[in-house]
Design a protein around this ligand. Structure first.
Ligand SMILES: [Fe+2]
Length: 229
């Protein structure tokens, strides 16, 4: 099935004036956590203590093993609930309708956002993460727990084919990278297909972030079900 969105409602006078359209915008939300300052210190300690025993040591950073939602940590659970609520609001704001209406369901409880995977990332001097995206993920969520320096995230232009020809003059930020600077206590939400990277972390301390791969969970009587689930 091909999804087509009409650019504007057809009107008799629509063709009489020139228009400049800016299409295919990508939504990214940057949200301060209202209780971030309350939980960050304990959260950082919990991540570092787990990482002493249970860590995936990659060449470019370290990641906790397993799902944070299985830890039974009150700070993690409180944060995850808030992240899920923010992600729901994110989608509902963009759609301009309650989430369940988007799938033709009748009750708000027919659709929810669920964390399919969650993990903490630890960056020390010079660590980085090359461009990647999060497969099978409706919304990628990243929360910054700790850092002495800036928590930068770079977003790559997601428009297909943009890198195959450089005409010499750009007029729509073609191929540009956008760097988003955050600090501890900030949540970022973006589509799972959004390619992003972490530039080398040059802070003197550790940079700790938590990521959740979020997807929709539908009740059994909702006709539409996620593809590839
Ligand atoms: Fe990522």
């Amino acid at each position: 099935m091909i999804n087509v969105t009409r650019e504007s409602a057809p009107a008799a006078a629509d063709g009489s004036s020139a228009k400049l359209l800016s299409l295919f915008a990508t939504p990214v939300a940057k949200i301060p956590c209202p209780f971030g300052a309350e939980i960050n210190e304990e959260l950082a300690a919990a991540v570092l203590s787990r990482s002493a025993a249970d860590i995936k040591d990659l060449s470019f950073k370290s990641e906790t093993v397993g799902n944070l939602t299985d830890w039974g940590d009150p700070g993690v659970d409180r944060l995850t609930s808030w992240v899920l609520a923010m992600a729901r609001t994110f989608v509902e704001t963009l759609r301009g309708e309650p989430l369940h209406r988007a799938v033709g369901a009748t009750r708000p409880s027919d659709v929810r956002l669920a964390a399919h995977r969650s993990w903490a990332s630890i960056y020390r001097g010079g660590n980085h993460h090359a461009p990647h995206f999060h497969p099978n993920t409706a919304i990628a969520a990243v929360y910054y727990v700790a850092s002495a320096g800036a928590c930068d995230l770079e977003l790559a232009d997601p428009r297909a084919n943009v890198e195959f020809f450089d005409p010499g003059i750009s007029f729509a930020n073609e191929g540009r990278t956008v760097r988003i600077g955050s600090g501890p206590g900030t949540l970022l939400l973006m589509p799972g297909w959004m390619k992003h990277s972490v530039p080398p972390y040059e802070g003197a301390d550790v940079r700790i972030s938590i990521a959740w791969n979020l997807a929709y969970a539908f009740s059994a009587d909702v006709a539409l079900q996620p593809a590839g689930d």
